[in-house]
Design a protein around this ligand. Structure first.
Ligand code: ATP
Ligand code: MG
Length: 399
């Protein structure tokens, strides 16, 4: 098969392929970008694979950065772009069912394509637009099927992260998982316990943010892979309630919102603790917890200005979108108007601060002054007090 027209991102990178070829080596576009072009999807990063070894690649180009020499990857800065150029390689020794202990550089494209995870991720595209398809990936693309390259049992046994990647691609591409591949994912799911949690998180997060996340969740449940992910062991029936609750076409607008939904649907009692097990950042934990709190608050309460002030419009809107996805009554206009009515959005916007109270009113620093300032903040937020120096000083004197 040959591409009629090379998409512009590839056009721009063509001079690099040609340069490598002129130096006497092979070079191809590979990986997700080739798949995405064939699917008519937007591409993000253009990856190049070559028969030249890293030191040879570095001699071909003027500006290079060593970003992963041990894996064979050199970053080339050329034509105003950045391109990862990776030497053909095999990954032969797997230890602990994760990342190979060592990679060997090879001169054969076929060897390189063989180590790739799924047939639709194992295309190579040459400088003339010819697609090299050694594993019938084109047929799988047509049938929207995710199929492991080679023996699926072996491939998931080598690297269990591929199970998470498979679930993720089902969700991003809206593909079904081919039978034997699905079977092998199920069999080897226990190996997910050996995979670094950070890497599992990245894949799971991409799954949740995908347009067809429901498909990913269905496969996660069906393969029982969830059993081997942090704190998700006993959640079997709950995944169904997650799918039943959320409207068919809903797509998450942020990771925080997606994880908040998971926590709500799976009835996870301590969101922070759960997210800590997933090794997420403290900020992420806080933001997710706030969405959960607002969602729960809203189940029995109307929104107030204080809520909008305390949580911020963004969090309130994210929680409201979840209500909408579940068919609960929503009022986005009210959130907007409450936010606009707010005189301040942050306590630093108050025209009086602790220093002024000490200097001008002779107050002593300490917990009492903190309480005074909190009272001032609250009065300003609910509209009882103007954010003006004199009014605030009068208010404090009365107290
Ligand atoms: P995305 O569009 O999300 O970037 P991608 O297919 O490009 O998807 P990457 O993680 O960027 O995925 O990896 C680039 C390519 O490297 C893949 O298409 C695949 O061929 C190969 N690859 C990546 N991770 C693995 C793995 N764990 N096992 C085998 N091959 C892999
Ligand atoms: Mg990629």
């Amino acid at each position: 098969m040959k591409l009629e027209t090379m998409p512009s991102d590839f056009q721009k990178a063509l001079p690099l392929l040609n340069k490598i070829k002129e130096a006497g080596f092979e070079a191809y576009f590979v990986g997700g970008s080739v798949r995405d072009v064939l699917l008519g999807r937007d591409i993000h990063d253009v990856d190049i694979a070559t028969s030249s070894y890293p030191e040879e690649t570095k001699r071909i180009f003027e500006r290079t950065v060593d970003i992963g020499i041990e894996h064979g990857t050199v970053l080339v800065l050329e034509n105003g772009g950045e391109y990862e150029i990776t030497t053909f390689r095999t990954e032969d020794v797997y230890v602990d069912y994760r990342r190979p202990q060592s990679v060997s550089f090879v001169r054969s494209l076929e060897e390189d394509l063989k180590r790739r995870d799924f047939t639709v991720n194992a295309f190579a595209l040459d400088e003339n637009g010819k697609v090299i398809d050694l594993f019938n990936g084109l047929t799988d693309l047509d049938n929207k099927l995710l199929r492991a390259v080679g023996q699926p049992e072996e491939r998931f046994n080598e690297d269990a992260l591929r199970i998470m990647r498979g679930l993720r691609f089902a969700a991003t591409l809206n593909f079904d998982i081919e039978r034997a591949t699905f079977q092998a994912m199920t069999t080897h799911a226990p190996l997910l316990e050996k995979i670094s949690i950070e890497r599992s998180f990245i894949e799971f997060d991409k799954l949740l943010m995908a347009p067809h996340w429901r498909k990913g969740i269905e496969a996660l449940q069906a393969t029982k892979a969830y059993q081997y992910l942090p704190d998700l062991a006993d959640t079997f029936e709950k995944w169904q309630s997650l799918l039943d609750k959320m409207s068919e076409d809903f797509v998450f607008t942020s990771s925080e919102q997606a994880w908040a939904t998971l926590i709500l649907a799976l009835a996870i009692r301590e969101p922070k603790h759960f997210l800590k097990k997933w090794k997420t950042s403290v900020n992420f934990q806080k933001d997710v917890e706030r969405i959960v709190q607002v969602f729960n608050y809203r189940l029995n309460n109307e929104l107030t200005k204080e809520q909008v002030y305390a949580y911020g419009k963004k969090v309130i809107v994210l929680a409201e979108e979840l209500r909408q996805a579940q068919g609960l009554p929503v009022d986005f206009a009210k959130i907007e108007s409450l936010d606009q009515e707010l005189v301040i959005h942050d306590k630093h916007e108050i025209v009086v601060n602790g220093g002024m109270l000490i200097k001008e009113l002779g107050l002593k620093p300490g917990p009492d002054m903190g309480r005074l300032l909190t009272a001032v903040e609250k009065a300003i937020v609910i509209g009882d007090l103007a954010n003006e120096k004199k009014a605030i000083f009068d208010f404090i004197e009365q107290l």
